[in-house]
Design a protein around this ligand. Sequence first.
Ligand SMILES: NC(=O)c1ccc[n+]([C@@H]2O[C@H](COP(=O)([O-])OP(=O)(O)OC[C@H]3O[C@@H](n4cnc5c(N)ncnc54)[C@H](O)[C@@H]3O)[C@@H](O)[C@H]2O)c1
Ligand SMILES: *[C@@H]1O[C@H](CO)[C@@H](O)[C@H](O)[C@H]1NC(C)=O
Length: 456
Amino acid sequence: MASPPHTSKTLKLERYNSYLRRLHSTKVLNASSKLIFRVTLLIALVLILFFTLNYPPLSDKNPNHAHLHHHNFLSAALFTSSAGGDAWEKQVRHSSTPKKPNGLSVLVTGAAGFVGSHCSIALKKRGDGVLGLDNFNSYYDPSLKRARQKLLLKNQVFIVEGDLNDASLLTKLFDVVPFTHILHLAAQAGVRYAMQNPQSYVSSNIAGFVNLLEVAKAANPQPAIVWASSSSVYGLNTQVPFSELDRTDQPASLYAATKKAGEEIAHTYNHIYGLSLTGLRFFTVYGPWGRPDMAYFFFTKDILQGKPIDVYQTQDKKQVARDFTYIDDVVKGCLGALDTAEKSTGSGGKKKGPAQLRVYNLGNTSPVPVGNLVSILEGLLRTKARKHVIKMPRNGDVPYTHANVTLANRDFGYKPTTDLATGLRKFVKWYVDYYGIQTRVKKDSDINSEHPEESP
Ligand SMILES: NC(=O)c1ccc[n+]([C@@H]2O[C@H](COP(=O)([O-])OP(=O)(O)OC[C@H]3O[C@@H](n4cnc5c(N)ncnc54)[C@H](O)[C@@H]3O)[C@@H](O)[C@H]2O)c1
Ligand SMILES: *[C@@H]1O[C@H](CO)[C@@H](O)[C@H](O)[C@H]1NC(C)=O
């Protein structure tokens, strides 16, 4: 595409002028208004072309994926402008139609996110239909979300770009596809960011969730819903390991409070409308295609760049520990929860009978002190970290998490199998690959590759 040269405009004008001179004076008025109209049209076209060619790209810190901008713009233009069009509907249907008999048809919210992208591909690979929804917000580098989207497209999973709060878009999706399940993973994540932008938590985790439930309850048939709560709901709970029956009324962050609110809201929609609802309390999920705002991720980045890292200690100088859970284990848990979810019982927005309401921990059951996490990374990266040990600021983090997963094991055979060293090895391999880093990092051959993986 090129903008028309200015000469064409002048030529056109000249032609019009000589044309006008030949006209009777009575016609002059009519013709000149036509001229004004056409010139305006021409200017508008030139302006549109100008803005199209100069469309500002999203920020991108990753030169390896610069080509994605182009893809972004094209897909955004194609898919947003034609949302509701024939081609769009065809793509939505194709993506969400299961390939195996009795396969699920799942709407995955937050599909361009870390957990959402992994789950979407896992579902698609076993023959279920999957449609993604994501707003591609810039809480962390959106180019990573776009790269995951690209990977999903390769796996025939289409992501609709839109917000949880867009009721007409969600209704439209349910008009086009009779989803059997929703895997609701879209949320404003992160504990510390809640102090900077509290409203984003209210908007996505509370208002957005309610909007989704409103659409789901009105849908025919009503889908069964599996959604991500968080281990953070245990807050200041000191009983370990954390079990589903422990108290969760002492959140330490607004993030935790919105997740706890989600659990209560789930109770309400189950009670009033017969929606089948399962909340999964994830414990610090990590792995390839992970989240740049999480410690294992930015420690890797900072260690490689020779920057100091802050390692937290509790107020009484104990090590902070986390029940780090590898992404593949979490994916298995999500699929297990979907497979054992009973149907919702309501129809036409009315409850017809009692429906399933569940909450499960999905953790690794072996907390690791953050100091050990750093040592493992130092080994994998063959670089000594510049550790800066400080007291954990009171900004929402809890000192310790440890999951009791007896319930998930009993109900869908959940059993985590990846220890932190094994999982981090896979993460680091992905990290250096994705960011194209040349370092003293252990060679591919010794880092990993017994199971070369294609999934994100
Ligand atoms: N990763 C973890 O350790 C962890 C732990 C506990 C709970 N969780 C929960 O699991 C879920 C998935 O987490 P993740 O690590 O994949 O996070 P993520 O940020 O990578 O994924 C969330 C995705 O949702 C999208 N999104 C956010 N708000 C949206 C909105 N209003 N409308 C549409 N899309 C929106 C984001 O763009 C993002 O791609 C979240 O609900 C999170 O709170 C994660
Ligand atoms: C784990 O939770 C189950 C109930 O889900 C409980 O019976 C068991 O005692 C708990 N285990 C520990 C070690 O607390």
